[in-house]
Design a protein around this ligand. Structure first.
Ligand code: MN
Length: 442
């Protein structure tokens, strides 16, 4: 639950958002319904990120409505009313009163009365914004009422001309993080860093991948985060070459590399961190060859993170290092231009350099502007830089010593006014830093 003093940031976002809208607009953003894991047991709840971004509320069965008329706007929350008997089972609800007193809604209504409230609020509205696809039942209700308004044209009441999607506006806003968001992301990154150090120290020949998963997630919760932001990836040996390996059930063998891609979520903000290291903290010469290339690519790409540059530019910088490196050890042949043009490197580096990071681990927000040009980085954006080289053990045309080596190095980077700040700084990364770690256990 969010601290009351931080709700001012959410209020500022609503004000900024409403400025993008024409007069006589109504925006309806539902929160996500709960989802069932098995029989009557639910998945751990995570609110719809757009809803949370504008309200700070993480209660299911709630709807945010913003109404903009000429020079005035209202924030309306639809929530479950307080009900002592139900709350014994479900836990405390914020209720209609606190929706106003704490969450600063101008009006609040029971969520069960959505249809009546919505019908009433659409009077004299010209532009309706709705987020389809979050709550399918609500999608139908909104379409039905919209149709009903369109067919009752014998009155003087105006009805909305069209339904637009508010996501484009909110997602652009979400690209630039405010002070409170950056604080959450710094905290998430710090907890993830500590969890990785603990797992790296614990790892050794004979332990199981899931033991490392348990240590990471213990640390995530122990340090006050919500838990993992995405399923933790702990791969050893050839499993390092599988991009989204989450079985995490293999026993770690002597000289195996271990790839850990795991990040916690703090106040719903994600971190996303990857390190690859040998179980005994001693790189073999083949592992060193590949690791050095990925590390150089990652450092070069991070150097380029600054206002005015693009994520594609960072990708190209890293790619150039990777192609040179793979050529120098004979895994790619021919001219650099041809290798890049024909995509021959994709056999070993098949994903992009990174992605936006925020309330969603692969955060919302466009990567290209309206003209189709890559979006320029600007202060307040947070992204990941995560190059990798993956050499599956079934690539029989590759010298045997390189087969089964998979390496990815990933950090979370905040774009600042003058350059960048690596939020996950301090997680052992150079060969020396990793080899200095002991295997002394937890
Ligand atoms: Mn990532």
């Amino acid at each position: 639950m969010i601290l009351k003093e931080n709700l001012k940031y959410f209020e500022a976002r609503r004000k900024a958002f409403i400025n993008y809208l024409p007069d006589y607009s109504l925006v309806v953003i539902p929160n996500k319904p709960i989802s069932i894991r098995s029989n009557d047991v639910e998945y751990k709840y995570k609110p719809n990120s757009d809803f949370y971004y504008l309200t700070g509320l993480d209660e299911p069965n709630s709807i945010c409505i913003l109404k903009k008329e000429k020079k005035s706007f209202q924030f309306i929350l639809l929530v479950e009313p307080k009900d002592k008997n139900r709350e014994i089972w479900t836990g405390k609800k914020i209720g209609l009163e606190r929706a106003k007193s704490i969450f600063k809604a101008d009006l609040s209504f029971p969520v069960l009365n959505f249809e009546t409230t919505f019908r009433e609020l659409t009077k004299d509205i010209e532009f309706l914004y709705f987020t389809f696809g979050v709550d399918k039942e609500l999608d139908l209700k909104v379409i039905n009422i919209f149709n009903e308004l369109k067919t009752s044209n014998r009155t003087t009441i105006k009805s909305p001309k069209s339904i637009s999607d508010s996501r484009d506006i909110i997602h652009k806003m979400r690209l630039i993080k405010d002070k409170y968001e950056i604080a959450c992301m710094e905290k998430a990154a710090e907890i993830s860093k500590n969890a990785h150090i603990l797992a790296m120290t614990y790892a050794r020949e004979g332990s199981y991948e899931y033991e490392l998963e348990a240590i990471l997630e213990y640390r995530f919760r122990h340090n006050g985060s919500n838990g993992p932001a995405y399923p933790s990836i702990v791969g050893s040996g050839n499993n390092c070459t599988i991009l989204h390996y989450i079985e995490n059930n293999k026993k770690i063998k002597k000289n195996d590399l271990i790839l850990i891609d795991a990040g916690c979520e703090y106040d719903y903000y994600a971190s996303d961190l990857t390190r690859t290291f040998p179980e005994n903290k001693k790189f073999t010469s083949a592992q060193k060859d590949i690791y050095s290339i990925v590390l150089e690519a990652q450092l070069k790409a991070i150097q380029e993170v600054k206002p005015g540059k693009t994520l594609n530019h960072c990708h190209d910088k890293a790619l150039s290092v990777i192609v040179d490196g793979l050529k120098s050890i004979g895994l790619l042949k021919g001219t650099k231009d041809k290798i890049i043009k024909n995509g021959e490197y994709k056999k070993f580096f098949m994903h992009k350099i990174g992605h936006w990071l925020g309330l969603d681990v692969h955060d919302a927000g466009p990567y290209y502007d309206e003209k189709g040009n890559p979006l320029k980085l600007s202060s307040g954006m947070v992204l990941t830089i995560e190059p990798g080289i993956y050499i599956s053990d079934d690539l029989l045309d590759v010298p045997e010593m390189y087969r089964g080596i998979g390496i990815r190095i990933e950090d979370d980077v905040l774009v600042t006014k003058k350059g960048h700040k690596v939020l996950t700084q301090g997680t052992p990364k150079t060969i020396n830093e990793i080899e200095l770690l002991s295997s002394s256990g937890v």
